[in-house]
Design a protein around this ligand. Structure first.
Ligand SMILES: Cc1cc2nc3c(=O)[nH]c(=O)nc-3n(C[C@H](O)[C@H](O)[C@H](O)COP(=O)(O)OP(=O)(O)OC[C@H]3O[C@@H](n4cnc5c(N)ncnc54)[C@H](O)[C@@H]3O)c2cc1C
Length: 286
């Protein structure tokens, strides 16, 4: 579990106008929005290559009232999206946040498409449960990153799995087959199933699908204290912030994760940038 260290006399080696923690959808949308508002942001990321939930996801974002829907004659509106979110969350989602993400969803998709060259398209051949209109938007590669290679080591390299560990795992599976034993996870491998090239490999890992709790924020992404007052310069979005799915997993409407990460990330970036600009105007007396 993480702990928060308090140090009122800390001396910082460097100061930046805006610090964004985490290069996921939320952090990067915030950075884009801040940059557009003329504020330089520094994004810090824990992993060498960002590989949080966004990288693992199918990248499908619900948006209501987009031009992509209009072209296909799909009637939809932010109110309808908000109603779907609340129906799934049994009315437990914070109404103000639901409204802001529903209203921000179409502008968000069009912003990413037009300003940042992410070629979103409307998915109109299947509907996610709970959505009353075709409104999922995805990128052409939404089928995920399949890693296919005929050679084990090449597959291992592509998966960024250390080749020697991959080869060792392979050998141990062959051994388990010979002795008809189960591995440490209780898996039994059939000797009848011969592994023949071409080989297909996937890296299996644990993932936190989405979060529902988190820091309580207002409709500008500002973090609230327990007593409801606002921190002067702390913003949150995405997995770090409170969700719109209510108190149980059953309240998660497909797309709530990236919807809040992107829309509220953008909003938090805009709000933080406005604060930075206001502070510098105050300091220069203009
Ligand atoms: C397999 C899968 C499929 C999904 N499919 C969808 C989908 O199709 N549609 C949808 O809406 N949602 C989907 N979700 C949920 C969605 O991906 C998440 O809700 C969303 O990506 C959260 O975005 P984020 O930016 O808050 O978090 P992340 O993308 O996880 O970004 C957080 C970043 O912060 C970094 N970080 C963490 N701690 C620190 C630290 N101390 N210092 C610096 N950096 C740090 C992490 O490394 C990470 O890169 C899916 C999730 C999974 C796992």
């Amino acid at each position: 579990m993480s702990t928060v260290a308090f140090d009122s006399v800390a001396e910082w080696e460097a100061q930046v106008p805006l610090l964004i923690i985490g290069a996921g959808a939320a952090g990067l949308c915030a950075a884009l929005a801040a940059r557009e508002a003329g504020v330089d942001a520094v994004v810090i990321e824990r992993d060498a290559i960002p590989s949080g939930s966004t990288a693992l996801s199918a990248g499908l974002i619900p948006a209501a009232g987009t031009r992509f829907q209009r072209v296909k004659g799909i009637v939809d509106s932010p109110d309808r999206l908000a109603a779907d979110i609340q129906r799934k969350a049994r009315g437990e989602a914070p109404a103000a946040l639901v409204e802001i993400v529903a209203r921000g969803s179409a502008p968000l998709i069009e912003w990413l498409t037009e300003r940042h060259a992410l070629p979103f398209e409307l998915i109109d051949n299947f509907n996610c449960p709970g959505h009353s209109a075709f409104r999922m938007h995805g990128l052409p590669t939404r089928t995920g990153r399949e890693m296919i290679d005929r050679l084990r080591n090449a597959a291992a390299a592509k998966m960024r799995v250390p080749a020697d560990i991959f080869a060792e795992e392979w050998r141990s599976v062959e051994l388990l087959k010979t002795h008809d034993e189960v591995d440490q996870y209780g898996r039994r491998f059939s000797a009848k199933q011969k592994l023949m090239p071409p080989y297909f490999a996937v890296k299996v890992t644990g993932a936190l699908f989405h979060t529902q709790g988190g820091l309580v924020i207002d409709t500008m992404g500002r973090v609230k204290r327990k007593d409801g007052s606002l921190f002067p310069n702390l913003f949150a979005a995405g997995g770090a912030a409170v969700g719109i799915s209510g108190s149980t997993a059953a309240g998660y409407l497909s797309g709530n994760g990236l919807l809040t990460a992107t829309v509220l990330g953008r909003l938090a970036g805009q709000s933080a940038a406005a604060l930075v600009s206001q502070n510098s105007r105050d300091r220069s007396g203009h």
